[in-house]
Design a protein around this ligand. Sequence first.
Ligand code: IMP
Ligand code: MG
Length: 180
Amino acid sequence: MPVVRGKNIEILFSASAIARRSLELAKDIAARDYKDLLVISILKGSFIFAADLIRAMHDAGISPEVEFIFISSYGAGTTAGEVRVLRDIDNDVTGRDILLIDDILESGNTLKYTRDLMLSRGASNVDIAVLLDKRMRRKADIEPDFVGFDCPDHFVVGYGMDVAHAFRELPFVGIVKGDA
Ligand code: IMP
Ligand code: MG
């Protein structure tokens, strides 16, 4: 078991498994025939997944425009979770096909808020790609269009995801198991 910051980390999804799955997702995305696709990476958690997925999309023959939105959710996992935009995209999304990329879909509050925001601005279609889906935690009425892996009901870290600002740099997704 890898030890990082003095903690044992159990690997749930390895770097190679994620890389293989990203290629498959990119092919599924390419098969949708989006027009003039705008990809929006939801910060902070999606930055590594988005970076790998858009390069896999390039290999699958898609040339998207790429944007970033910084969303914070307080009380994530609850129906009352308050979602705010901390840094917005720069683009006019009117009439655009959009693909939102996030690390993990849990209550769904973050992605429902972000999708509704883009639709209210006139986007013609807003689809969702997530690396992980914790479907047993869903509160909002939202389903992802592209999912890397179903995620067990554990708090996970790595590949962009943090606990208290730590572990984003791990090349795999894992569970913190306690002191090494
Ligand atoms: P939701 O709004 O409840 O769907 O929460 C989604 C956001 O919460 C994700 O974008 C992550 O940033 C964060 N999150 C949810 N579960 C986990 C986890 O297990 N590890 C790290 N971050 C998580
Ligand atoms: Mg997030």
